[in-house]
Write a protein that binds this ligand. Structure first.
Ligand SMILES: Nc1ncnc2c1ncn2[C@@H]1O[C@H](COP(=O)(O)OP(=O)(O)OP(=O)(O)O)[C@@H](O)[C@H]1O
Ligand SMILES: [Mg+2]
Length: 266
């Protein structure tokens, strides 16, 4: 077994990176895949969304990135069968200034997960907003990247910026970033985007604007059950899989299983 590593990335905040990462991990785990979720965000939302009490964390991604602690020593079992979590704590905020003084700063995560790939089918990396070293470490350590977008008026502008960021990362790291899949989150047809653009189908419009950028574009509807599942600390697959967002994330997870084969051939 060699894991397929996937980063969830967008420099903009609140686009649904964590929600998508956790809910996709839930389905993969339900289907018997061994999943490691890496929380690379000082907000530690993925850590809470998997039901981990932050006060119980002894070693976190801070220790991995700064003190060379092995991820396997920081990783925790979660209540969800087949999901392990490398947790974040707020002290991750101090990591970037440390990394700027470190050689090979963009490869720290990639190197630290190399030896783990044989234990997991999937390693999913939740990155924080902003164009800093966390997103760079996340996408450089990944075989492919999932981009999440909220269907607002600036969604397409965001893609242009993101493409520039990915090109820059490619230039400095030599690693080709594969933004395989885009997810429009909290999507409904009365969204701000459709109203302001006077368009009925925001997914179609955004798809047009993303021609040639992504292989597939999925939409996940706004659903209160997503929020409830996060409060409970479980993925939607383990809470209300039949709600609209649950069904949408299941389809996306099926696509991720198909991407698995494609990425591995690369
Ligand atoms: N389909 C959905 N239905 C309802 N609420 C959603 C849905 N998707 C995301 N949300 C909510 O939107 C908010 C932002 O989502 P999320 O935290 O996943 O974004 P993010 O990109 O990880 O944010 P950040 O950039 O701060 O890390 C959260 O409160 C989440 O519960
Ligand atoms: Mg997040």
């Amino acid at each position: 077994m060699v894991s397929i590593n996937i980063a969830f990335a967008h420099h903009k905040g609140g686009t649904g990176k964590t929600t998508s990462c956790i809910n996709i991990s839930g389905y993969l785990a339900l289907w018997g895949k061994k999943v490691l979720v890496i929380d690379l965000d000082p907000q530690a939302n993925a850590t809470s969304a998997l039901g981990i009490d932050k006060n119980s964390i002894v070693e976190s991604m801070y220790d991995v990135m700064v003190r060379d602690v092995k991820i396997e020593d920081a990783a925790l079992e979660t209540e969800i069968e087949n999901i392990h979590l490398a947790p974040a704590t707020f002290d991750l905020v101090g990591v970037e200034s440390h990394l700027y003084r470190t050689n090979n700063r963009i490869f720290i995560l990639k190197r630290s997960i190399e030896g783990l790939r044989k234990y997991y089918d999937f390693i999913l990396i939740d990155t924080p907003p902003g164009p800093g070293l966390f997103i760079i470490n996340g996408v450089v350590a990944s075989d492919c990247t999932i981009v999440t977008l909220d269907p607002g008026v600036f969604a397409l502008e965001g893609i242009e910026t993101l493409s520039t960021i990915f090109d820059d990362i490619n230039e400095i790291s030599g690693v080709k970033i594969n933004p395989q899949l885009a997810i429009l989150t909290r999507c409904n047809h009365t969204s701000l985007f459709s109203k302001m653009a006077g368009k009925k189908d925001p997914v179609k419009e955004i798809r047009k604007g993303m021609d040639g950028v992504f292989n597939s574009v999925y939409a996940v509807p706004y659903c209160v059950e997503v929020y409830e599942a996060q409060l409970k600390g479980v993925p939607i697959s383990h809470y209300k899989p039949k709600c609209k967002a649950g069904v949408a994330y299941k389809k996306i997870a099926e696509e991720v299983m198909r991407q698995d084969a494609r990425c591995k051939r690369r």
